[in-house]
Design a protein around this ligand. Structure first.
Ligand SMILES: Cc1cc2nc3c(=O)[nH]c(=O)nc-3n(C[C@H](O)[C@H](O)[C@H](O)COP(=O)(O)O)c2cc1C
Length: 212
């Protein structure tokens, strides 16, 4: 067995103190996200792990791309008939997480998700390159296929024969309405900073510091 017990990194680059925190966690998320983007050290800073729970209560993770965020929530796009789509239809509780190693930071967002309107899904679908639109039509995401040729041929066939591309009804946006957000900043000696925001029933945010 390969022993990884010596793999160890000391996190010493930044800190997260109460003085720098404002009441709305979105402001801090935006600040961190922009710092990561500006540093150009991470190719896809918007790549996030989406966790869902399926009808057998089994958790499932996969990476999706964040496409928009606001006080309303965090938006990504997918196939509603995929494994994750079925899980989200069955149980709207989801978790999103980012790990930005360049800045020794992690953000964990929990909330309920909602499938977005046709209009909103259309807007994004038709803004994508045409080949991505065809790719989304060609792929019955998460279903078993016989081989790679099957999907490549399907793509080429759609490309040749499709007169007008239309968004499949089962492809669109998902918005996660955040209810909690944890900001994790790596620190020396494993004494990391963890600031945990929760939203009250009245929509007011408050935060506490968690032990690392
Ligand atoms: C960097 C990266 C970005 C991805 N972005 C998306 C995305 O935005 N939407 C999506 O449906 N799948 C995306 N995927 C693929 C998913 O991780 C996953 O394989 C796919 O959605 C099927 O997941 P499921 O079977 O759990 O539904 C991405 C994968 C990677 C590695």
């Amino acid at each position: 067995m390969k022993d990884l017990s010596d793999f160890r990194v000391s996190y010493e680059k930044y800190n997260l103190s109460e003085e720098s925190i404002v009441d709305n966690p979105l402001i801090l998320f935006k600040e961190w996200f922009e710092q990561i983007c500006d540093s150009k050290q991470i190719k896809e800073p918007n790549a996030m792990t989406l966790s869902t729970v399926d009808k057998n209560n089994t958790p499932n993770n996969r990476v999706v791309l964040l496409k928009k965020f606001s006080n309303e929530g965090f938006i990504f796009y997918t196939n509603y008939m995929s494994n994750k789509g079925k899980s989200m239809s069955n149980n709207s509780n989801v978790c999103l997480s980012f790990f930005w190693p360049s800045h020794e930071r992690q953000v964990i967002i929990k909330g309920k998700c909602i499938f977005m309107s046709k209009k909103e899904s259309d807007e994004y679908f038709y803004s994508r390159p045409i080949d991505s639109q065809i790719g989304a039509i060609a792929s019955d995401q998460s279903s078993e296929i016989p081989n790679r040729k099957y999907i490549v041929d399907k793509f080429e066939d759609l490309k040749k024969n499709h007169k007008k591309i239309t968004r499949p009804e089962h492809w669109g946006g998902v918005i996660v309405h955040h209810e909690t957000i944890e900001f994790w900043q790596g620190r020396k000696n494993r004494l990391h900073d963890r600031i945990f925001f929760t939203k009250s029933a009245k929509g007011k945010w408050s935060y506490s510091r968690l032990s690392p």
